[in-house]
Design a protein around this ligand. Structure first.
Ligand code: MG
Length: 249
């Protein structure tokens, strides 16, 4: 069942989302060659707790950090640690916050210094595919219209979408129904109604769509061919006035 939220609940999710967006904005100033991903994690946790939020990823199924830091061929779920950023890297950062019982979840891919043309095109395509998906989050559309909008933009630009990991409903829980694939035919799936709240999160690869999970840490997801991957995410509410992004500063 897809849980529809009241106006008050959506307001609470927007407050959690504001902290998430604040973390992503704050981290931008710290992303440069030489910085350890563990330092970014500490900064994020401090920012969240200062605002009375709780990092929702920390301890989730044993995840050991407050944010995910996914560099270059890492698709999602990279664990912050001693790794230092290098000139030319791209890094996806995913942040989840719970505030007053409600969740916000967003991600963004950043450049470290000067990056190559291919990386920039991949990041643009991923961001644009997210916004195409958000624009399809309208009463009367079907979930497949959202998935298809994301896939179409990514593939038109010559990239592939990850199928093994998907977006999700969100509210009191970080992961609620429905699962939201970043691919599939339009016109199928549940009808979208006001009060539904979704975390849309295209993961788009430069090469193959195939990915593999690191056997040692059980978390880090990498592209099978070692090529780049980008990730952008927003939490979105379907309202009578159209889609409303909840993870904004
Ligand atoms: Mg998510």
């Amino acid at each position: 069942m897809i849980i529809r939220k009241s106006r008050e609940e959506i307001m609470k999710m927007r407050e959690a989302g504001r902290i998430v967006a604040g973390v992503l904005e704050m981290l931008e100033k710290h992303i440069r060659p030489g910085v350890k991903t563990a330092s970014l994690d500490s900064l994020a946790e401090e920012f969240i707790r200062e605002r009375n939020g709780t990092p929702s990823f920390l301890g989730y199924r044993g995840f050991p950090a407050s944010i995910c830091t996914s560099i270059n061929d890492v698709v999602v779920h990279g664990i912050p640690g001693r790794t230092r950023l290098r000139e030319g890297d791209i890094i996806g950062i995913d942040v989840g916050v719970i505030l007053d019982g409600y969740q916000g979840d967003a991600a963004r891919t950043y450049t470290v210094g000067e990056v190559g043309e291919a990386a920039l095109r991949l990041m643009d395509a991923t961001r644009d595919s997210l916004y195409a998906g958000i624009d399809a989050c309208r009463q009367g559309n079907r979930l497949g219209d959202v998935s298809n909008a994301i896939q179409r933009v990514a593939e038109e630009r010559g990239f592939s979408v990850v199928v093994q990991f998907v977006g999700h409903g969100i509210g009191k829980e970080m992961h609620e129904e429905p699962q939201i694939p970043n691919f599939g035919p339009p016109g199928r799936g549940p009808l979208l109604e006001t009060g539904m709240t979704f975390a849309l999160e295209p993961m788009v690869n430069e090469g193959t769509y195939e990915v593999e999970v690191d056997e040692d840490d059980g978390w880090t997801v990498r592209t099978k061919d070692g090529k780049l991957s980008a990730h952008f995410e927003h939490t979105v509410a379907i309202t009578g006035e159209g889609p409303s992004i909840l993870t904004l500063p």
